[in-house]
Structure formats: C-alpha cells, structure tokens
Ligand binder design. Structure first.
Ligand code: GLN
Length: 236
C-alpha cells in the first residue's frame, strides 16, 4: 500500500520523506489516472493559485473531487487545506478552483505574507500519547491560511489566538472588524471531517512525524516507524 502525494508544486518531497521515515512509500501524483493506484492522498503546501492552475492544466479536478467523494483519506497542509475547503476567502481577484470536501471557510493568507511567517507551539490533544507524551506540536506557518468558519460535521483539532495586530475578515461579509473588539478570538488551524484532514501549518517541514502517523492511522496504513503510542483515531 502506498500514499499518493500531489506533486504539482510545493512541499511534496518533504511529505514523501516524512512518510519514508515512518516506513511508508509516498508516490507522486501528477495525472488523474495515477489516483487509481493509491487509496489515500496528501495535498502539500505551496501556493494554492499556482497549484490550482497546474491541476486545471492536468485535468485533475474531477478526479480529485471524485477521490474525496469516495471517502478516501485526504490530508491537505496549508495550500492543501485551502484546496480541501468548501469555500476560500482572501482572494485578490476572482476565485480559484477548489476540490472541496471540508465544510469550512478558509482565509487564504490570514496570517499575512512571507515575512509574517512564524513558528508556534500548538496544543493538539489528539497527538498526545497514552503514555503521557506531549500534546504540543510546533507548527510552522508560512503565508498561512486559517479556518474562519466550520460546519457542524467538522472537528476542530487545533486553534491559535489571532495575533494582536490582526484584523479579522468575516468570511460572509468581508467586513473588517477591529481586533480590539474581540481580544480572545482564536482561529482554527487544524480540522478533520470524516476521512479529510486539514492543517494550516506544515508538519512536513519538521522532524516530528506525529501528524503523518495520525493521518496513516486514518488510512489504516500504519508504517513500521509509526509511533504505536499515539491515541487511536476515534471512530475509525
Ligand atoms: N497562503 C498560501 C496560498 O494561498 C498557502 C501558503 C502555503 O502553503 N505555505 O496558497
């Protein structure tokens, strides 16, 4: 069994390397028919407009949507999360094609541009181990999106406080509200809906493979190096 990694653009090599560290083979996916050879898929971070243009060029969208509809596990990191959202805000002009599947609205560049990229400790109870291993995870946020709204079937796995210098764009009205009006506001940075997983940050750029292990548990694909101590994925 292998895990497909969409390899149009972005951090696909890093995902394949992380899977390898867990003893699992990741294969590059560039054509619709290649999706037939895999039972799960990772959509990496990168730049979602570029990735969407390439996906359009390679006629991948119908096959990707079908893959999601079939209930196969798909994990999107950063630009990949944007791909999996049902709705994206924060477009400069017009929109872009999305695969969709997670009932949420993302803001594509919520945390700002490249120079506003940052790392932060996140609290992720799902990553804690039975033996009392940490639930914190160091998130690498690069021109990162955030999830602004979720539907009732979406499970929130991690959130993060809105930076104090940040204005919050309401997804439905695109009105800007001053941050001072809601000092405690947090935005969602990791979500799960059924077999779909989305993270606004880049676990593939860290040495910590717990998110990859978590995804492999969703797929039923447990690699040799996968920590058996991660709490089992509920309902799977
Ligand atoms: N904000 C970027 C986008 O719109 C995603 C950034 C990333 O994947 N590191 O595609």
């Amino acid at each position: 069994m292998v895990v497909g990694v969409l390899a149009l653009q972005g951090s696909f090599n890093e995902h394949i390397a992380a899977l390898r560290r867990l003893g699992v083979k990741g294969v590059e996916i560039r054509k619709p028919e290649q999706l037939q050879n895999v039972s799960s898929l990772i959509i990496p971070g990168g730049e979602s407009t570029t990735m969407a243009k390439l996906a359009e060029y390679h006629k991948l969208f119908p096959a990707l949507r079908e893959f999601v509809k079939m209930g196969k596990p798909v994990w999107g990191t950063c630009a990949g999360l944007i791909f999996l959202a049902n709705k994206a805000d924060g477009q400069k002009i017009g929109g872009q094609d999305l695969v969709g599947g997670i009932d949420c609205t993302v803001h594509r560049n919520f945390f700002g541009s490249q120079i506003q990229s940052f790392e932060a400790e996140l609290s992720v109870p799902k990553l804690a181990s039975k033996e009392g291993g940490p639930e914190t995870f160091r998130g690498v946020f690069i021109r990162a999106p955030a999830v602004l709204e979720v539907g009732p079937d979406v499970e929130v796995l991690a959130d993060y406080p809105v930076p104090s210098n940040k204005v919050l764009y309401s997804s439905s009205t695109v009105e800007i509200q001053e941050e001072n009006a809601m000092p405690e506001k947090k935005v969602i940075v990791a979500v799960k809906q059924g077999n779909l997983l989305g993270t606004a940050f880049h676990p593939e750029l860290t040495a910590d493979t717990r998110w990859h292990s978590y995804f492999l548990k969703l797929t039923g694909e447990v690699g040799e190096g996968t920590s058996s101590s991660i709490v089992a994925v509920e309902g799977e």
